[in-house]
Design a protein around this ligand. Structure first.
Ligand SMILES: *[C@@H]1O[C@H](CO)[C@@H](O)[C@H](O)[C@H]1NC(C)=O
Length: 275
């Protein structure tokens, strides 16, 4: 019995000491749910292009404003929701970031198979699609990020914005020395560890009502960040739901304001740390 207790104590110390081993870290943002595919499809078309980086299709747009004198290049890695980087709403969002001086690269970690490719498909296995997509993303991201960094060099300032499905990759960026700042809006699949491991400034752009990242989790996340003396900014938009930052209804004044203010804040946040 003593031996068993000692072993258990040793194991729990190990789990504590090596955060990436603590698979039991409490969940703060839950899995993809029905509201991850609700919202408005925007009208328009992005002006970026489809490039291939490390064998991954990537939505790409250069800054549409001239860089300031002597300013470093600003590169924004865009981690999309389940609709993918080529979805109209996400194209328009990425184009906005280009108007703020960023090179924007949106990885298509769905490899041409985003969730809407299965609209109306009878007997579609969403859980299998989801697992496949997470695996593809995990496999592709390291080389894709390395290729982007090789392209822009070590003097450029890299930031990462993640939405819903992509929130977890923004958190990984924020835990890495390769990035200057990170941001997410209505994230999925986060644990307390993601917040504990954060090294870089984080902007949290949140809906008032979000079953995936509910108020209790949001508050817990803020407590962790404060306790760790992290550099963060938490914004909550009243009258909004999960998806507001990418799929708000432009005909609804409050929804449009929140969607625009979210992206504006994220651009300013990244600008602040990209000097
Ligand atoms: C982007 O280009 C790749 C490679 O040519 C192609 O497979 C993919 O369908 C293209 N994606 C879009 C959205 O055009």
């Amino acid at each position: 019995m003593v031996v068993v207790n000692t072993i258990l104590a040793f194991l729990s110390v190990l789990l504590y000491a090596v955060p990436c081993l603590s698979v039991d870290s409490p969940t703060l943002a839950g899995p993809i749910g029905p509201h991850c595919t609700q919202g408005t499809k925007l009208v328009g078309r992005g002006i970026g292009s489809n490039v291939t980086i490390a064998d991954v299709p990537t939505y790409f747009i250069s800054p549409t404003v001239a860089p300031g004198e002597g300013q470093p290049k600003k590169v924004l890695l865009f981690y999309s929701d389940v609709y993918g980087a080529f979805h109209t709403n996400n194209q328009l969002l990425q184009d906005y970031f280009a108007t703020q001086g960023f090179y924007v690269l949106g990885i298509d970690y769905f490899f041409g198979d985003p969730i809407q490719a299965h609209d109306g498909e009878v007997g579609w296995n969403q859980a299998a699609w989801f697992q496949k997509s997470r695996q593809q993303a995990a496999d592709a991201l390291p080389e894709w990020i390395a290729a982007v960094r090789e392209q822009y060099g070590s003097d450029a300032k890299y930031s990462a914005a993640g939405y819903c499905f992509g929130g977890i990759y923004a958190m990984q960026a924020g835990a890495s020395d390769d990035f200057v700042a990170a941001a997410f809006a209505h994230p999925a699949d986060l644990t307390e560890n993601h917040f504990n491991q954060l090294k870089k400034p984080l902007l949290l752009s949140c809906a008032e009502t979000d079953a995936t990242f509910p108020t209790t989790s949001r508050n817990r996340a803020a407590d962790i960040l404060a306790k760790n003396k992290a550099r963060y900014h938490l914004q909550v938009f009243s009258g909004t739901v999960h998806g507001f930052a990418t799929r708000g209804d432009p005909a609804d004044e409050n929804a449009l304001w929140a969607m625009e203010e979210s992206r504006r804040s994220i651009a300013q946040w990244f600008n602040r740390f990209s000097k």
